[in-house]
Design a protein around this ligand. Structure first.
Ligand SMILES: Nc1ncnc2c1ncn2[C@@H]1O[C@H](COP(=O)(O)OP(=O)(O)OP(=O)(O)O)[C@@H](O)[C@H]1O
Ligand SMILES: [Mg+2]
Length: 243
């Protein structure tokens, strides 16, 4: 049984057919990068995994053999963490509380244990000194690192990232990619929607190219970049690698 499997996933927004027979599977600790043009269904696909988009029509998404549509919501959201393009922190809470509060609410951890784990995570991303700051007092890159800590505090088994660096000023992209790099190297299973092809080349086990809701190509990075099978993948790569 694969760790994660999407089988012929279809999803409609009213009459619009946003995902068409998307199939994908991978194993624990794999890093899968999804790329493709705007509107191709990248966000829809990873949101469907967490039931933030949907419902899925024909097809199934299986996490460790379990249909995600059948999993209780709290279990699903605990096991599968998500980091968005916009950091989505709770603005009225300190950095520490952003990471600690969900642990108390969802995992019923004590205040002391939640705070201790939050501090460990902040230390890991180089932000221990910002624990008592509020989100508005942080840069975009710092906020995104806090958002990653908040997701990790649930001890997820799979992490989803939807263009985590594309809302950042260029000088802050590196610090967020560094945290993601370390996470990947620590063995975290990840699906990452990104156009950071350096990250993809270095860390992805597989790169997937979506277009018009269809999976056009999936390949290991070496093949994906050097000999894309489809003309559309080639055109897309030409366009983004030129920048
Ligand atoms: N809630 C919604 N209601 C109706 N249509 C939607 C909704 N969400 C997405 N769509 C449509 O589905 C298609 C895929 O959108 P999606 O956000 O998944 O694309 P994307 O690949 O993530 O694009 P981008 O690179 O711009 O983020 C688009 O045509 C979009 O307009
Ligand atoms: Mg998107």
């Amino acid at each position: 049984m694969p760790f994660f499997e999407a089988r012929d996933v279809n999803l409609h927004f009213d009459r619009y057919h946003a995902l068409r027979d998307v199939s994908l599977s991978f194993e624990k600790s794999d890093v899968t990068v999804i790329c493709g043009p705007s509107g191709s269904g990248k966000s829809t696909f990873i949101r469907a995994i967490n039931r933030l988009a949907g419902p899925i029509g024909k097809g199934q998404i299986l996490f460790k053999g379990q249909d995600v549509l059948m999993m209780p919501a709290n279990e699903l959201h605990r096991k599968i963490g998500m980091v968005f393009q916009r950091f989505n922190l709770f603005q009225h809470l300190t950095v520490l509380d952003n990471i600690a509060l969900p642990q108390r609410r969802v995992l019923r951890r004590s205040r002391e244990e939640s705070n201790e784990r939050a501090m460990k995570l902040l230390d890991r991303v180089g932000l221990a000194n910002k624990a008592s700051s509020f989100p508005v007092e942080l840069s975009g890159g710092q906020q995104q690192r806090v958002a990653i800590c908040r997701a990790l505090a649930m001890e997820p088994e799979l992490m989803l990232f939807d263009e985590p660096t594309s809302a950042l000023d260029p000088e802050m992209v590196g610090e967020v990619l560094q945290v993601m790099r370390e996470l990947a190297r620590s063995g975290m299973t990840m699906i990452v929607v990104t156009h950071e092809m350096g990250f993809a080349r270095e860390l992805a086990n597989e790169i997937v190219f979506l277009e018009n809701g269809q999976l056009v190509e999936k390949a290991q990075p070496s093949d994906f970049f050097s000999q894309p099978k489809s003309e559309r993948t080639r055109a897309f790569l030409d366009q983004i690698l030129r920048h």
